[in-house]
Ligand binder design. Structure first.
Ligand SMILES: Cc1ncc(COP(=O)(O)O)c(C=O)c1O
Length: 436
């Protein structure tokens, strides 16, 4: 471990929570150099929906490498890219009645978000992008302006401009429809909110603490956007690629975003890959305007196509995710009921779920204890107060149960040491808010 302490930057984060050296992985398991096995409920922060070293993709990738397939070709046309586009169009877009142009951006989520925001701004001629409380869209300067978390924002070193934050669904309490507030400020010429180019939103906020936008809220958001000529950008980088049950997380809401960002599990194998999907009339890019050397990760094209062919040729995979998601919901509901003294909550959709433990110390103690028991699981949320279940979607039922059992045991032990479980602050209750 010494070399990491000696020369790897202090910026490392996951390595601090899981201080082992890992050297092997398969399916839902990671192994360290001492041969210890860990069940992986982090899955590369949602990059490994199809598991580590998925054998189907591995075979395709090895064949491609053995045949001296192109590794890198800038954005030149390659057979691998063409075949990915065919598969994506035929098996993902067309069956859903979706007509979009595909832009290959630099291979990180944040770069896709940068491109999406540029498109909205350039097409509408407006600068302002509406973003939501607790949203996370990346840490490069444009996307960081859309990200809420102050830990990340404080590192920018310059002012973060061009965005305006609005309350996400549920932020002002269950009874307040925050899209009505958006509608009001956009309709009021003295509200002080500049006319937006676009709205960027996650349907389930991953880093923000597994906050779910209801289908009604998403539909209403789309209606407000349409009414005011604002482009709706769905950031599906973490919630997409099956995580919530469908390929796109917004399918259940039946909305039609103008722009969509995808990354993380799109490559299937943990290989860097990101795209922006835009309605054809929005594709006003001039050649190379948003370029980047690594827009042609051909290995990722191979594994992304394999993922689409293998898992998305029919709806059986989606059905399986929903089934497993139902099991996770039931288990988490039972756990919060048993140990949370009415203060813990289970939240999420599909295989994108979490337990809100009210405070970060509790959640951290739970994930630390789970790690000692052989489970890799992280927290998210403003105060890292949500234990976030993000296991590979291909996990066996047996290992899914085993992982949740470990978390349950960890919660039981951690909560047993607490005098009482802290209450969530209700900011709309005067007394509580003053004492918070
Ligand atoms: C919704 C969302 N958007 C954007 C990003 C940024 O992606 P990346 O870390 O690949 O830049 C993330 C990363 O967690 C994300 O969850």
């Amino acid at each position: 471990m010494k070399i990491f302490e000696k020369i790897e930057s202090e910026v490392q984060s996951y390595a601090r929570a899981f201080p082992r050296v890992f050297n092997k992985a398969q399916g839902e398991f990671l192994y360290d150099t001492d041969g210890n096995q860990y069940l992986d409920f982090l899955a590369g922060a949602g990059t490994l929906n199809y598991g580590h070293n998925n054998p189907v993709f591995k075979e395709k990738l090895l064949d491609y490498i053995n045949n001296d397939g192109i590794t890198h070709g800038l954005d030149m046309h390659t057979k691998a890219k063409g075949e990915f586009l065919e598969a994506f169009n035929e098996k993902i877009l067309k069956p859903r009645g979706m007509e979009y142009m595909v832009q290959f951006t630099g291979p990180t989520g944040t770069n896709a978000v940068e491109a999406a925001m540029k498109i909205a701004r350039n097409v509408t001629g407006q600068q302002n992008i509406v973003t939501f409380t607790n949203g996370f869209h990346g840490v490069s300067l444009g996307s960081l302006a859309a990200t809420g978390n102050s830990h990340h924002r404080d590192a920018a070193g310059v002012s973060l401009n061009g965005t305006h934050r609005m309350p996400f669904d549920g932020y002002l309490g269950d009874d307040i429809d925050t899209t009505a507030y958006l509608e009001k400020v956009l309709s009021d010429s003295s509200s002080g909110i500049n006319s937006p180019a676009g709205v960027i939103v996650e349907t389930v906020q991953g880093e923000g603490g597994i906050n779910v936008a209801s289908v009604e809220w998403l539909r209403s958001l789309q209606t407000v956007c349409r009414k005011h000529g604002i482009l709706l950008i769905i950031d599906d980088i973490q919630a997409g690629c099956g995580r919530t049950g469908d390929f796109f997380s917004f399918e259940e809401a039946g909305i039609e975003p103008d722009i969509i960002t995808l990354s993380k599990s799109l490559g299937g194998y943990g290989l860097p890959f990101a795209v922006v999907l835009m309605k054809p009339e929005l594709d006003t890019w001039k050649p190379g305007e948003h370029n980047g050397t690594f827009r042609g990760n051909n290995f990722a094209f191979i594994t992304a196509k394999a993922a689409i062919d293998h898992y998305w040729s029919d709806d059986s995979f989606a059905k399986g995710i929903k089934h497993k998601g139902q099991y996770v919901s039931e288990r988490l509901e039972a756990i919060v009921k048993q140990y949370g003294e009415g203060n813990f909550t289970a939240q999420g959709r599909g295989m994108f779920q979490g337990i809100n433990c009210v405070n970060g110390e509790l959640a951290g103690a739970i994930t630390e204890s789970a790690f000692k028991k052989g489970l890799i699981i992280e927290t998210s949320g403003a105060d890292d107060h949500v234990v976030k279940f993000l296991c590979p979607l291909v996990i066996s039922n047996e290992n899914l149960e085993k992982g949740i059992d470990i978390v349950e045991q960890a919660i039981k032990e951690v909560c047993a040491k607490e005098e009482s479980i802290p209450e969530m602050v209700d900011y709309f209750d005067d007394k509580q808010a003053m004492n918070a």
